[in-house]
Design a protein around this ligand. Structure first.
Ligand code: 3PG
Length: 305
């Protein structure tokens, strides 16, 4: 069996070592394609492999066509909107993710971005504190739950809304369950986005919703750029000079957002899951899932069933 790590944004070397160990201990062979710049490099690398470990790397019908021996793709991470699931199913390829493995890293970055934002991007002027502020968490999955845990450490009041998670589960975590996402935006000082990019959520964070925020509202996005209606958010930020937007995913309209000096910040490259720990957890989980798939036929974590 030949397993390929295809990561445009590489794992930490220690994680690659761990993956190599898992794969080689199973008697499989590991190939690595890191920091590739052209799709052609990926198309060539997948030609003879049986399994691929990816991050936000795009796996579409063309890649699947080029990978004649492919049986499984594991997205080392949570979101799998970068994989064409329908095409994978048509090609008889199993797709999995590794839920929860990088969620603490993403949650910690939320607070890195928030402290930066409330202290006016460290410009020397007096800012505010997070303690006592109300944080709204949109989607209470693995990342949202970790965000709630850390927020309590900061002494924040925490609310959450998740269309797919019952209010009782949210309340059991000691978090106020908002009735809907409108309530989160209306009542919270800060809203942290943790929704996946799906047909329902794409462009859903729009002017109407963010416009409900109180004076000085902050939106922090460590989820996906696609969930933001960028044109409308820009429009709103022009009308309201109190709203801040901090994000780990550079918007398509980055240059236009840059006009909001002191109210907008985007990391140069998505950094949420970019820690040695998250890379080790997600990378090794992916390797173990591939070994269990080939040796035991295990399809736990398959997302294209
Ligand atoms: C995820 O969906 O797991 C996160 O967005 C991390 O993505 P990355 O592996 O590309 O950093």
């Amino acid at each position: 069996m030949k397993v390929l790590i295809a990561t445009e944004k590489p794992f930490a070397p220690v994680a690659v070592e761990g993956i190599k160990k898992e794969i080689e201990n199973a008697g499989f062979q590991l190939a690595i394609l890191e920091k590739y710049t052209e799709k052609q490099q990926l198309l060539e690398a997948v030609a003879d492999v049986n399994a691929i470990i990816i991050r936000s790397d795009k796996i579409d019908a063309q890649v699947l066509d080029a990978a004649k021996q492919l049986k499984i793709v594991v997205r080392a991470g949570a979101g799998y909107d970068n994989v064409d699931l329908e095409a994978a199913t048509q090609h008889g390829v199993v797709v999995m993710n590794t839920p929860g493995q990088n969620s603490n890293a993403v949650a910690e970055l939320v607070f890195g971005l928030l402290v930066f934002a409330v202290r006016n991007f460290y410009n020397g002027k007096a800012g505010t504190e997070l303690m006592g502020k109300k944080l709204g968490i949109l989607a209470f999955g693995n990342v949202g739950r970790n965000v709630a845990r850390v927020a309590k450490g900061f002494g924040m009041e925490v609310a959450a809304y998740d269309a797919y998670c019952p209010a009782e589960v949210i309340e059991a975590a000691g978090v106020h369950a908002a009735k809907n996402q409108e309530e989160l935006f209306e009542t919270c000082d800060i809203v942290s986005l943790h929704i996946p990019a799906t047909p329902e959520t794409k462009q859903s964070i729009n002017k109407e919703l963010v416009g409900k925020m109180k004076k000085g509202g902050i939106v922090v996005n460590t989820a996906r750029k696609e969930v933001i209606n960028e044109t409308e958010l820009i429009e709103l930020m022009k009308e309201r000079d109190d709203i801040k937007y901090v994000t780990d995913i550079k918007p398509d309209a980055d240059e236009q957002f840059a006009q909001f000096e002191g109210r907008y910040f985007a990391t140069p490259k998505k950094m949420g899951a970019q820690t040695a720990e998250a890379n080790i957890n997600a990378g090794i989980a992916a390797a173990k899932q591939i070994v269990a798939f080939f040796k035991e036929g295990c399809t736990k974590f398959q997302v294209n069933k």
